[in-house]
Ligand binder design. Sequence first.
Ligand SMILES: [Zn+2]
Length: 749
Amino acid sequence: MKSPENSLSLMTRKTFLRAAAVFSANALSLEMGSAQPPTEPLEKAASEPSPVTLENAQWQLGLKPGEGLKALVVHKPSGIVLAQGDYSYSIGTPSFGEPEERHDSKTKTVTLKGAIPGGLELQHEFKITADQPWVEEQITLSNRGTAVQALPYGRCGFVLPVTLEAGAVVGPMRDFKVTAVPYRREPNGNRTQYADYTIGQVLSEPRSSRLRAQTLLERSGNVVLTAVHGSGFIQTLYPFYASEGWILTDGRRGFLLTKYSRHGMEWALLDRTPVDEGRAGFRWGGFGIFQGDPEHGAWLAPQQTHRFGITRITAFEGGIDEGFYTFRAEMETRGHGCPKGFNPPVHWNELYDNKLYWLPGMDLPENRKKYYTLADMKDEAAKARDMGCEALYLDPGWDTRFASKIWDESRLGKLKDFTAMLRQEYGLSLSLHTPLSGWCDPSTYSRTMDRMNRDGSRVEKSLCGASAQYVEETRSRLEALARDGARFFMFDGTMHNGECWDPEHSHRVPSGREEHVEATNRLARLVHAKYPEALIEMHDQLLGGTYLRYVPTYYGQGWGGRGEEATNSAGFDSVWGFELMWDPMTDLVGGHSIALYYYNLAYSLPLYLHIDLRKDNAHCLMFWWNASTCRHLGIGGSHTDPQVRRAQKEAMATYRRLETFFKAGTFYGLDEMVHVHVHPTEPAAVINCFNLEDHAVNRRIEFALGKLGLEANGSYQVKGATARRTEDRYILEVAVAGYGHSLIELRGA
Ligand SMILES: [Zn+2]
């Protein structure tokens, strides 16, 4: 007999009912969430399926299938109930058969299959592991009928009945708030924007978010023109609260809710559903079609099946920060982390000093001849070497036509010679801007790769990013560049041009967002199959280079596993830093760049960003912020003030000396302005302290060594701050100049 904590055996109905009573402060039962009379007995009728319970040290999940499903989710250590009563189905009520159980060493899986009138079949899979603090759920829908099933508003989920008084939650969830992860700060949000909500808000208000769309205003004197004039309807208020993950916490304990899918874009959704007169239902988990995604789950052809993503609820101790770290650990175990020993070359980007990009009507052939010559690139390579960079990054201008991705020999000589020259004369590797179908001059591509309208006509010079022909041609061009020495590709121009109806393109007809995003991800895997050492940076695969984010950050990253992809190689290496490259100082002081801080709490999957050094100050505030938050860093632009240039060069020397901490270390946030980077293999850490105020401040920084993964009893030399030690804690005092930065080093003595 296993210990009760590890027992995954099916509890008897009696034990289950007793457990349910034990974990409840108010005599809960599976029935209470429903509108049915509470006196209804929980007796199993002869024809009814058996109730079943999954349990580990953290969770108890009670399920009673029948006509629909009654579900109870209890966090055992606190007795907090997260779901109770009728599971919610917007697509009709399934009639479930007998549960199937599978035991696999420490893991127990329960499968419920139910038919829904009208031809749908719904399958639930619930999973619990003895020594993990989570429960998982996954839904599969199958169309067993002969007609198409359209489910554009499909939504299923657990329901927590909640009593509200004056808009506020009463009961054990009273002090809980929900926080979006990773985009607690949206990259276009200011210093007051936090994606934090009360449960009362989720139950009663639409979510306002500018993560995937924003209404821009054009001002000309007193005249204001909104962007809808050019773009059509823009949505920023959503009935669903959608995020890669949600942290529910009262500051002492919490629950992380995530949705993870590799085949179809999905988000963890929070919303509401009626329960009874006195209570509202807080709905989570299950699946939901959010603005049409996942597209392949929203419309099911006859005999088609769609498996939705995995919902996981994980218990953790602590508040929002611990919730973020729980998310980061989950994504790392799913394969979306920082590779061991990650050591990308620091880029020098020629764009900021290159007149080509800043001229009106910039990228004309005559301007390329004038401003993008071999001599110009040698000048930039000299600057790169002088600043201590490791690679020269060429932004628009190096290819035959914008985004042709064909090296322009007429201006720059042979690529092989160019990369040899960079290596031998400047000690640099070569990195390239390689925009895709959404931002390009498509003249060098065949017009058969253009998108097709429904009537069979072409959308002239609008490439279909999902077409097999386009992917194949682009792969071959990228491989030619890699063969001759290019070591980094930036997948910019990833915007979705729109649907395509060409049956010759080897994609679903019409193709949608999913086909475009999937093909973009596939391209990275195809290049890696032949050139695994090439680094590939990925912009948002739908919106491109923007302050916005649509596609789930991890989507298409990591190793491909599906047989039909036939490219079982690594996906992209880094995520684009949300276009915070043009005015990084304003972005930082205004609050946009604080999105990078939260990103690092949520993901060790590297960010790539290059920044315009011309916008920095003598404290190198902007340089250090981006060095601290972007594991792959690029810089460029010569500051007009020689004193600032000198300071930047010194900062770069320090950065290079400590680069392992920043590129491959573990990031901890003590707060938005204090970032700790723990060395991946040595007992050492560096701390970046920032000050966004206009006056100097003295910061008192207190931390427990153990919480940062450092030896709690170890002794450390501290450089850059006065330090006091109390048992396992350090208390540091450090002065930080107005709009300034201070660096502290900790080394095991
Ligand atoms: Zn197409």
